[in-house]
Design a protein around this ligand. Sequence first.
Ligand SMILES: Cc1cc2nc3c(=O)[nH]c(=O)nc-3n(C[C@H](O)[C@H](O)[C@H](O)COP(=O)(O)OP(=O)(O)OC[C@H]3O[C@@H](n4cnc5c(N)ncnc54)[C@H](O)[C@@H]3O)c2cc1C
Ligand code: FES
Length: 281
Amino acid sequence: MKNLYRPIESVIEDIKKETPNITTYRFRPKEPVTFEAGQFVELTVPGVGEAPFTPSSNPNVKDTLEITIMRVGMVTEALEQMKVGDTVGIRGPYGNGYNMKDFEGKEILIVGGGVGLAPLRSLILALFDDIDKYKKVSIRYGARTPDDIVYRDLLPVWEKKKNTEVLLTIDEPHPEWSGKVGVVTVLLDDLPLLTTVDVDKLPFTAENAVACACGPPIMLKFVNMVLLEKGFDPSNIYLSMERNMSCGLGKCGHCMLGEYFVCMDGPVMTAKQIEKFEDPF
Ligand SMILES: Cc1cc2nc3c(=O)[nH]c(=O)nc-3n(C[C@H](O)[C@H](O)[C@H](O)COP(=O)(O)OP(=O)(O)OC[C@H]3O[C@@H](n4cnc5c(N)ncnc54)[C@H](O)[C@@H]3O)c2cc1C
Ligand code: FES
C-alpha cells in the first residue's frame, strides 16, 4: 500500500534571499511533485519537523518547484541554515487550488500582503502562460516597508506583460518610497461600487471579475469585506485560508473550519463557502 506520509527526497538547487526574513528555495524532487496553483505541500527538514507551504513557482514547470518562505519558527529557521545541495522531504500536493477554467474571459484581481504574494506568484505565472485567455490581470501588493517587498526584480517584468498592471503600497511612509502608502486595502479604493455605476466605465465588472487574495488573516478579513462592499459576488472571491495543518490529508482534524477540512476543501476557498462563519479568519 502507498504510504501517503512518505516525503519525496528533494535537493535544494537554488536559494534566493527576497527580504531580510523571506527566502525563495528551488527544490528538485527525486520523483515528480506536480501541483496546481494554490495547492500546498508539506516540507520536512530532517530531524526538525515539517510544515505546510504553497509552491510559488509556475505549476507548468514539472521537474522542480520553488517555495518562498518566511522565517518564523523551528522548521523555517532550520531551513535557513541549509545550503544548495542539501536535501529536504516534500510530500503532496494537497488541497484545492484555483479553478482556472472559471477565470477564462474574466478580469483577475490579485491581492497579496507580505509573504502572501508567494502562493499567488504560482497563479500569476500560470495566468501569464495563457494571458490571452483573460481580459486583464491586476496585481495589487502591500508590504510593511520597501525592504519587505518580495520579488522586487520580477514586479517590473510583470508590469510589462500584456493586459497586466501592478500596484504597490507600503504600510507606513518611508524616506526611500515615493509610491502609495497605507495597508493593502488602499489599493482597492479605485474599484467603484460595481452595483451602482456605469458598467462600461468600470475597471472591474461584477459578472466579469474574480478576485484572489492571500496574506495575513487580518488582511484577508478586510480585503474580503471591501470586495463584498464593492459588489463582488462571494463565489468570485477566492481566499487562501491558513489553518494550523498537520497531516494535510483530512485525517488529524487540526485544520477544521465548521464542517470543512481546510487541508482538503481549501486552502483556496470562496467567500461564499465561508460566509456563514462568524470569524473564519
Ligand atoms: C496551506 C498553507 C500554505 C502556506 N504557505 C506558506 C508559504 O508559501 N510561505 C510561508 O512562508 N508560509 C506559508 N505558510 C505558513 C507556514 O506553514 C508557517 O509559517 C510554518 O508552519 C511555520 O513553521 P515553523 O516550524 O518555522 O514555525 P513554528 O515553530 O511552528 O512557529 C513559531 C512561531 O511562529 C508563529 N507562526 C507560525 N506561522 C506563522 C506565520 N505564517 N506568520 C507569523 N507567525 C507565524 C507561531 O504562532 C509560533 O509562535 C502556509 C501555511 C499553510 C497552512
Ligand atoms: S491537516 Fe489534518 S485534517 Fe487537515
